[in-house]
Write a protein that binds this ligand. Structure first.
Ligand SMILES: Cc1cc2nc3c(=O)[nH]c(=O)nc-3n(C[C@H](O)[C@H](O)[C@H](O)COP(=O)(O)OP(=O)(O)OC[C@H]3O[C@@H](n4cnc5c(N)ncnc54)[C@H](O)[C@@H]3O)c2cc1C
Length: 416
């Protein structure tokens, strides 16, 4: 049965939900408070990452986080604060940092990532979005030290056990694979399972396609209230209009938990800020790379190279910490000798807020207390990769269809 569905949030998750909901024959409206041209879904590194099967909440993260807290240029930062939501989230994060929980999450994350990558390929083959950038060169985990060769070596071994294709490259082999830009490194692990896209291009192509197939897109319209009567939402009120809906999909990224609070539901989530610097000059970089020690993502995109990094838990704010952006530029120069990112590029760096759940798994599914409210958020560092899989699963939930994947691990009301 065709339904009237409102998707709140027009980031990658909201757009992908709308894409698959429309394909199922529903009437879809996307409402976003922004112009839909900035934020996490535009500033990310564009990697499709089956390689990232270990969640952020892994053993050792708490100690490392505490060490990083005292370094203003570190790639990971938690602003200490007496905020009950943050403290609750931190407690759940700590509880998730056990080997047993991580082991349970690993195959689930892998499967969702592989499914999503396959859907990116299907979207490309459909021609719906034209010839968007999707390059399957894999991802290099580049290391400069023996310590990281060993650390990453263990991850690579685990990846192979999980059926992912990974090879180790020596410094010589790196020269061959990246001939036009020298790398100062001991070597790299090459995850051939990963792929690269150009987010602003994809977001534009997806928005254009959705408009063509008559998905209503309401930009610069903030949702202020979901009107519900007991266990059912009847309408969505924005700062400009009022809508009726059979189903509502909450895909508001980092803003989702602030919103669920209005419904009396505390959805544990924190915003993890990251920065991206774009360089339009020719860099000679052709291989997507993660610089392991510095924790910087290097992404050769269509028309520019992007350098991205940092995970800063300081709440929802728009403050760009210049010292952290500068640290990304300095880190890049240590790996690519002679590559200097100019001040101008540093000064125009953009930021995005990753919606981070405590256990590193997204929230995908229905809220039990309001039966026509579906949640699609909390994707943290993998939201770009997981957009299509999330959209597909949400369309199946709304259409009461058999799900493509088992989703109990993503239940929005799970216990931590
Ligand atoms: C630097 C950086 C690098 C990254 N690299 C990668 C990567 O390589 N691969 C990967 O998989 N992931 C990556 N990520 C993570 C990924 O970008 C995010 O997980 C993903 O973009 C989240 O998408 P979203 O749609 O949930 O949220 P968002 O993109 O934040 O979208 C949420 C939308 O909701 C709207 N909204 C909020 N409140 C309201 C309201 N009241 N009414 C209406 N609309 C509202 C906002 O305006 C926004 O447009 C990276 C992130 C960062 C910051």
């Amino acid at each position: 049965m065709a339904k009237n569905v409102i998707v709140v949030g027009g980031g990658i998750i909201g757009l992908c939900c709308a894409y698959y909901l429309q394909k199922e024959g529903h009437q879809v409206t996307i409402i976003d408070k922004s112009k839909m041209d900035s934020g996490a879904s535009f500033v990310n590194a564009g990697y499709l990452v089956p390689s990232h099967f270990i969640p952020l909440s892994a053993p050792g993260m708490i100690n490392q986080g505490i060490r990083y807290m005292f370094n203003s240029t570190s790639p990971f930062y938690i602003k200490p604060r007496w905020d009950s939501d943050f403290l609750k989230w931190a407690w759940f994060f700590k509880k998730s940092c056990t080997a047993a929980k991580v082991e349970r999450a690993i195959p689930v994350i892998r499967d969702l990532n592989l499914f999503s990558k396959q859907l990116f390929e299907t979207i490309k083959a459909s021609g719906d979005l034209g010839n968007f950038h999707l390059e399957k060169k894999g991802l290099l985990m580049v290391y400069q030290t023996k310590k990281y060769e060993e650390l990453e070596g263990k991850n690579a071994e685990r990846a192979r056990e999980l059926g992912l294709e990974v090879t180790q490259l020596s410094a010589e082999a790196l020269k061959e694979i990246e001939p036009k830009r020298a790398l100062n490194a001991l070597g790299a692990y090459h995850y051939l399972c990963d792929a690269q896209t150009t987010p602003p291009e994809f977001m534009k192509a997806m928005t254009n396609y959705l408009s063509e197939v008559r998905v209503q897109i309401r930009q610069q319209e903030g949702v202020v209230e979901l009107q519900h009567n007991g266990d059912k939402i009847q309408g969505v009120t924005t700062d400009k209009n009022a809508y009726t809906a059979d189903e509502v999909v909450l895909a508001m990224g980092s803003w989702s938990s602030g919103f669920t609070k209005k419904l009396g539901w505390n959805l544990p989530m924190q915003a993890g800020k990251g920065y991206g610097i774009n360089l339009r000059d020719t860099t000679g970089i052709t291989m997507p790379a993660l610089l392991c020690e510095a924790k910087i993502a290097v992404s050769p995109m269509r028309g520019f190279t992007r350098f991205a990094g940092t995970m800063e838990f300081s709440g929802i704010n728009h403050h760009i910490r210049r010292e952290r952006v500068a640290a990304i530029a300095q880190g890049v120069a240590k790996y690519y000798p002679g590559l200097s990112i100019p001040e101008e590029a540093i000064n125009t760096a953009q930021y995005g807020l990753r919606p981070v759940s405590p256990d590193g798994l997204p929230y995908i599914g229905r809220y039990s207390k309001i039966k026509n409210l579906v949640v699609a958020t909390g994707h943290a560092m993998m939201g770009w990769s997981l957009g299509p899989a999330t959209g597909k699963l949400i369309s199946e939930v709304v259409s009461d269809k058999k799900l493509s994947l088992e989703t109990s691990s993503f239940h929005p009301e799970r216990k931590f």
